[in-house]
Structures are given as structure tokens and as C-alpha cells.
Design a protein around this ligand. Structure first.
Ligand SMILES: *Cc1c(COP(=O)(O)O)cnc(C)c1O
Length: 455
């Protein structure tokens, strides 16, 4: 479910017309709905209530401080994968003690900062990383808690770029090595190895991979108990789906129905559960608004050229992902009933929705049925863009990063301004070795081509 809906032919974010938001914030801009974020968080908490998990929202899916604050107010912890994300979480008011930190390449500086901040749990991905965390904690005379990221070798049946729990990925350690890992490191006095972590991929639309992973994890917990190691926490990761087509709610109850029966006996024995949802909370809670700059036809192909493409939303180009796109103010007759590939409305024609960048891969949609009347200055909404939208946005072609707006009821607030040109170059320094007055190299002196002379 989300709170982006058409009323009388015009798209609203909760109770605010999206066109009014675009007029205020400019385009491209991301618009997030607070009520949608809260509803998704609450539904997830409710579905998994029997195992009372700590819900650590995945900062990398959408790290805007306003979004983090909405979830922090609900009691969420945060799942971070870098020092920068831990900084964001803390800035949004989330205590480090409620943060879990995964990632295969944590630097010494990041580990030290996390220890100093009082991080809740390191999700450790390799033997060398564990030794490094233990060494740094000992140096700092601190004790930290560590969970081992295991790789349960299940196929999540998702895009190979986001499949993270098969045997041959860079993430975690496989099940055979997990027992040896505990035997080697399970008694470290500074890095207390007491949890298991898994994150098998994203998005996962069926419950079987979770069931399989949870079954294997429960078996490992028993084996470790026989070896004399007690598991205190199990972090099941994220990966729950979002609805990219019709804004139905993701099947949170189905995931819970598959996972909870396997997890409950462990919960009842005192194991603390953690979830790391990103996409399922924020994907449907955000849209990207872009403006059509020009339309053109090349051969048989029709293009709508917009003021942002892969720089604002990389997913279509990078993963081949589908996002429903429709005008912000199509009029009542052209309002789609469902957000599907073919919205079955008369008067549409196939077009490529592309961005302004100098890349053929710069598109938001290919061969998409959109109103034939689509023209200059019209706003388009790209739906389900809250997750892995802004957080993967780039400044390629020196494109300033988009604005971000948070809506709550009839209020809309800019929570990130569109970048200025100054911001584009603020970290750059003119090289002192060069001076604008230095003469041209001898070989070309006197024959430096200029635009006037090239004819
Ligand atoms: C990316 C990531 C998540 C969140 O995944 P979603 O599909 O957005 O739920 C959770 N845990 C880890 C370790 C991740 O890397």
C-alpha cells in the first residue's frame, strides 16, 4: 500500500498535490510519504510480533535523515554498512547501541569509530575481519559484540547482482566454516562472538528461501550449542519485496508465517531476533518526479526526454528494473487503475523515457505505453522509487543531486535541497602548479584552434 493516489486526474502525495511539491522543490525530486513509511514499519512489527524482533532499517536503501527520523521515532534501530551510514544513523538520533554493522570491507578507522560510539553489534564477514575487530577492541580496552555472517547457500531467485546468500558470493562464511570459526574465535575476551547474521539477497518474492535459510540456521545453532557456544542473537537480514507494479502491500504476513514458526522456539529460549528491512519499508513510500523537457521521434522510436534519468534512479539501467511511470496530472480520463506495464488506457503510445545524460543506458523505461499527448513541461511520477533511488544517485554529467521532500498529511517539507553548482565543486581545489597565464606549449603556440577559426 502507499499514499500516492490520483484524485480527479491529479496525483497526490498523501494530501498534497505532487505538482505543488514540484513547483516548490524543483525537479528532479524524490517525494516520501511519512504515513506509508510508518504503516510499513508497523505492519512488519505486527507480522513478526511473536518473535519481537529489533527492526534495524537498512540505511543504504534510503538514508535521508528525515526518513531515518520517522523510523527512529517508531523505535527502529538501523542496519549500516559503512562508517558514513553509522554517522547518518547517529545524526538522526538513533543510538549506536541500536545499530548493527555489516559489510565485507570495514576499515580500521570505521571499526574504531563504531567501537567508540558503542555499536550494538558487528556483523562480521570473514576471519581476518574478526581478528581485526578483536585486535582493535583489545587496543581500546573495550568489549564488543559480534555476530558471524553466515552464507546458508540458498538461491533467492533474484537478480545476480543482489543475490548474496549463495555459496560463491563475497559475503559471510559458509556453513562448514562457521563451526570452525566459533571454535577458533568463540572465546575471544574483547570481541564476543555471540550471534548469527544472514542476508540472502533482495528482493525475494517467495518465502521458501527464508524458510530454507532459517532451517539451516536453526540446525547450526544446535550444532554450536553441542560445541559449547550459545547463540544469543539471530539477524535474519532484509530482502523482503516491494510491489513495483500495483502498490499492493508486500506479503509481510506470508514471510512471517514461514519464518516465525521456525524462529519461535529459539526466541522462547532467549534468542534475540533482528530484521534488516530496507526496500519493503521505503520503496513504495517514495516517488521520483521528473519533468519532460522534449519529445522526439527517431526512426519509429518515440522518446520522452526528461530532466533526470540514471543519475537520479539507476535501477532500470543497472538491474533492468521495472518502475511504473505516469504523468502527475493526466486528467481524469487518463488516470490508470493499476500500475502495470500496460495500464490499458486508450490514447497511449510506446515511448522510451530517457534522461539527459550522454549514455544510451540513461533511461527510466523502454517501450512504455504512455499518453500520446505527453509533451514539453509535463511532470512524470516514477513510482516505487523510495528504495535504492536517491541512495544510488550520482552526479554524472555534473548533474546536481535531486531534492528530497517529506510529506505528512497536508504538509510537505523539503528535507534535502536540490544541489547548487557550488556544491558540485566544493571539494575541488585549483592546482597550484598551474596558472591561467602560463603560455601555451611551444609546439602549438600561435596555432591554438579556437571556435571562430575552425571554419
Ligand atoms: C542491503 C542490505 C539489507 C537491506 O536489504 P533490503 O532488500 O532493502 O531489505 C539488509 N541487510 C544487509 C546486510 C544489506 O546489505
Amino acid at each position: 500500500m502507499d499514499r500516492f493516489a490520483y484524485r480527479d486526474g491529479e496525483l497526490f502525495a498523501e494530501d498534497v498535490p505532487v505538482s505543488a511539491i514540484a513547483a516548490e522543490a524543483g525537479t528532479p525530486c524524490f517525494v516520501y510519504s511519512r504515513a506509508t513509511l510508518e504503516e510499513h514499519y508497523d505492519r512488519l512489527a505486527e507480522a513478526f510480533a511473536p518473535i519481537a524482533p529489533l527492526i534495524c532499517y537498512s540505511v543504504k536503501s534510503c538514508g535521508n535523515l528525515g526518513v531515518l527520523r520517522v523510523l527512529a521515532e517508531r523505535g527502529a534501530g538501523m542496519d549500516v554498512v559503512s562508517g558514513g551510514e553509522l554517522f547518518r544513523a547517529q545524526t538522526a538520533g538513533v543510538p549506536a547501541a541500536k545499530c548493527v554493522y555489516a559489510g565485507v570491507g570495514k576499515t580500521d578507522a570505521e571499526i574504531r569509530d563504531a567501537i567508540r560510539a558503542g555499536l550494538g553489534l558487528f556483523n562480521c564477514e570473514s576471519e581476518q575481519e574478526f581478528e581485526n575487530i578483536a585486535r582493535l577492541a583489545a587496543e581500546m580496552r573495550e568489549t564488543v559484540r559480534v555476530a558471524l555472517r553466515i552464507n546458508p547457500d540458498v538461491d533467492p531467485k533474484t537478480h545476480r547482482y543482489t543475490s548474496t546468500g549463495k555459496k560463491e558470493t563475497k559475503f559471510g562464511v559458509d556453513l562448514e566454516r562457521a563451526r570452525r570459526f566459533f571454535a577458533t574465535y568463540g572465546r575471544d575476551p574483547h570481541a564476543r562472538l555471540e550471534g548469527l547474521h544472514l542476508h540472502i539477497g533482495s528482493p525475494i518474492y517467495t518465502v521458501d528461501p527464508y524458510r530454507e535459510a532459517m532451517t539451516k540456521t536453526a540446525a547450526l545453532v544446535e550444532e554450536l550449542a553441542r560445541d559449547g557456544f550459545e547463540i544469543r542473537s539471530i539477524d535474519l537480514g532484509g530482502g523482503f519485496g516491494a510491489d513495483y507494479e500495483s502498490s499492493q502491500s508486500p506479503p509481510l504476513k506470508e514471510y512471517a508465517a514461514a519464518i516465525v514458526p521456525l524462529a519461535k522456539p529459539l526466541h522462547d529460549k532467549g534468542v534475540r531476533f533482528i530484521l534488516e528491512p530496507g526496500r519493503t519499508i521505503v520503496a513504495n513510500a517514495g516517488i521520483l518526479v521528473v519533468k519532460v523537457l522534449y519529445t522526439k521521434t527517431s526512426g519509429d522510436k518515440r522518446f520522452a526526454i526528461c530532466d533526470a534519468g540514471m543519475n537520479a534512479l539507476l535501477r532500470p539501467s543497472h538491474y533492468g528494473s521495472f518502475h511504473f511511470i505516469w504523468p502527475v496530472a493526466p486528467g481524469a480520463a487518463m488516470t490508470p487503475a493499476r500500475r502495470t506495464l500496460d495500464p490499458k488506457i486508450d490514447g497511449t503510445v510506446a515511448q522510451d523515457v530517457v534522461g539527459p545524460l550522454c549514455e544510451t543506458g540513461d533511461f527510466l523505461a523502454l517501450d512504455r505505453q504512455l499518453p500520446a499527448s505527453l509533451g514539453r513541461g509535463e511532470l512524470l511520477a516514477v513510482f516505487t522509487a523510495g528504495a535504492y533511488g536517491m541512495s544510488m544517485a550520482s552526479r554524472y554529467n555534473s548533474s546536481p543531486l535531486p531534492a528530497e521532500v517529506l510529506v505528512s498529511g497536508s504538509r510537505a517539507e523539503v528535507v534535502r535541497h536540490r544541489e547548487s553548482y557550488d556544491a558540485l565543486i566544493e571539494h575541488e581545489r585549483e592546482p597550484k602548479m598551474l596558472s591561467l597565464r602560463s603560455p601555451a606549449p611551444v609546439a602549438t603556440r600561435g596555432q591554438v584552434p579556437t571556435l571562430e577559426k575552425t571554419r
